[in-house]
Design a protein around this ligand. Structure first.
Ligand SMILES: NC(=O)C1=CN([C@@H]2O[C@H](COP(=O)(O)OP(=O)(O)OC[C@H]3O[C@@H](n4cnc5c(N)ncnc54)[C@H](O)[C@@H]3O)[C@@H](O)[C@H]2O)C=CC1
Ligand SMILES: O=C([O-])CC(=O)C(=O)O
Length: 309
């Protein structure tokens, strides 16, 4: 199994580090356009092998896509992160060109790769990657919901005083401050609905803190987060590499599911060796359905911006 991570910045390097530590692939290539940056980070990670005892090989490359040839999975993290006060959507002008170029270069050398998109605005970048590449829809996966769901479980665990591992909770819809939908009505703590233990005010707080999870960290750190985003990217790589058939919320192409078409949006999917293999349609209540449709409208408006660039 060979994995390429494009973008050796905060998210890309963390994702690669998780992949090598867990020996998810036998070979990892880290690629960046900044001269020497990916090579340096790869060497630094490789020097942890003797300390941590893993056998994965990681190497770096400055823009030489030949080194990524025959990758099974490619994670795209290249592009600008937002600064405090910005929305993810504001990154579209710069990141669309980067993502489109990277997808083209990757496919020249790895025509069979499954591609995971992390660069923001992620829902629109996933749609762009799919429409520009014309790959089968199952091979393009946007990473956002896996992260947002982990943040939702974190927020719930803080209020419930429990382990996030004992919680089952997902976020669907877009990966934007106002477009994501934490499904609190469906969240359970060891199969008991969490709503049984939380006041209406607490529930409201948890939902809104989850939605601005990325913005909150961007304000605290000065740039956007990377530990959980990198770990979420690696979790998707692991599920594909090991054909685990795990359920994650991912941004995938909808063709009538959830009442939406010609859009990539976050829904629960089964992930395995073929990429995303099956969309799971859960029953949303009226409020959740309305939120999903509003989220789709906002993402569709961003997709329309692509035509003007
Ligand atoms: N979908 C999600 O859940 C998340 C998305 N993100 C997004 O991921 C992206 C990366 O974030 P960070 O790693 O924090 O940024 P960063 O600035 O630390 O790293 C980005 C890297 O991309 C490289 N790059 C730029 N153009 C490139 C090209 N054409 N080819 C190869 N490499 C190129 C840069 O040199 C830089 O090293 C941002 O767009 C950010 O908004 C970040 C966190 C979560
Ligand atoms: O907040 C950002 O801009 C980066 C991101 O998508 C996240 O951490 O959720």
């Amino acid at each position: 199994m060979k994995v390429t991570v494009v973008g050796a910045g905060a998210v890309g390097a963390t994702c690669a580090d998780n992949i090598v530590r867990k020996e998810i692939a036998h070979e990892v290539v880290l690629l960046d356009i900044k001269e020497g940056f990916a090579e340096g980070k790869a060497q630094d990670m490789m020097q942890t092998a003797a300390l941590l005892g893993f056998d994965t090989r990681i190497s770096g490359s400055t823009g030489d896509y030949a080194k990524t040839a025959n990758s099974d999975i490619v994670v795209i993290t290249s592009g600008l992160p937002r600064k405090p006060g910005m929305t993810r959507e504001e990154l579209i002008g710069t990141n669309a060109g980067i993502v489109k170029g990277v997808v083209g270069s990757i496919l020249k050398y790895s025509p069979n790769a499954i591609i995971i998109i992390i660069s923001n605005p992620m829902d629109t970048m996933t749609y762009l990657a799919l429409t520009a590449s014309e790959l089968p829809k199952n091979r393009i996966i946007g990473m956002g919901g896996a992260l947002d769901s982990a943040r939702f479980r974190y927020q719930l665990s803080q209020h419930l005083g429990c382990s996030p591992a004992d919680l089952n909770a997902i976020v669907v819809g877009g990966h934007g401050d106002t477009t994501m939908i934490p499904l609190i009505s469906k969240a359970t703590w060891n199969s008991v609905p969490v709503t049984k233990y939380l006041s209406a005010d607490q529930q409201k707080q948890i939902v809104s803190d989850t939605m601005v999870g990325g913005a909150t960290l961007t304000k605290l750190i000065g740039t956007s987060a990377w530990y959980a985003p990198g770990a979420a990217g690696a979790a998707l790589v692991e599920t594909i590499a090991r054909d685990e058939k795990k359920l994650f919320t991912c941004c995938v192409y909808l063709d009538g599911e959830y009442g939406q078409s010609d859009i990539c949006l976050g829904v629960p999917v089964v992930i395995g060796k073929n990429g995303w293999e099956k969309i799971i349609e859960i029953d949303l209540n009226e409020e959740e359905k309305a939120a999903f449709s509003k989220s789709a409208d906002a993402v569709r408006n961003m997709n329309d911006v692509l035509k003007t660039l």
